[in-house]
Ligand binder design. Structure first.
Ligand code: ZN
Length: 54
């Protein structure tokens, strides 16, 4: 399985498999997923992104 640009929401194994990468994606989070409650710096990483500062 190559690393595709899937949403964090869909990557349940990413936390344990790639923690440092995950940290980078959530550290400067600007969006939160309305459906799952996950946060990310890139809205493309979330299935229902909403800007945190809106
Ligand atoms: Zn989601």
């Amino acid at each position: 399985m190559a690393a595709k640009a899937k949403t964090l929401c869909a990557q349940k194994d990413m936390l344990k498999d790639n923690l440092s990468k995950y940290k980078k994606l959530v550290r400067n989070a600007r969006y939160i997923c309305k459906k799952c409650g996950r946060a990310a710096c890139d809205e493309k990483r979330l299935c229902k992104p909403v800007a945190l500062d809106s």
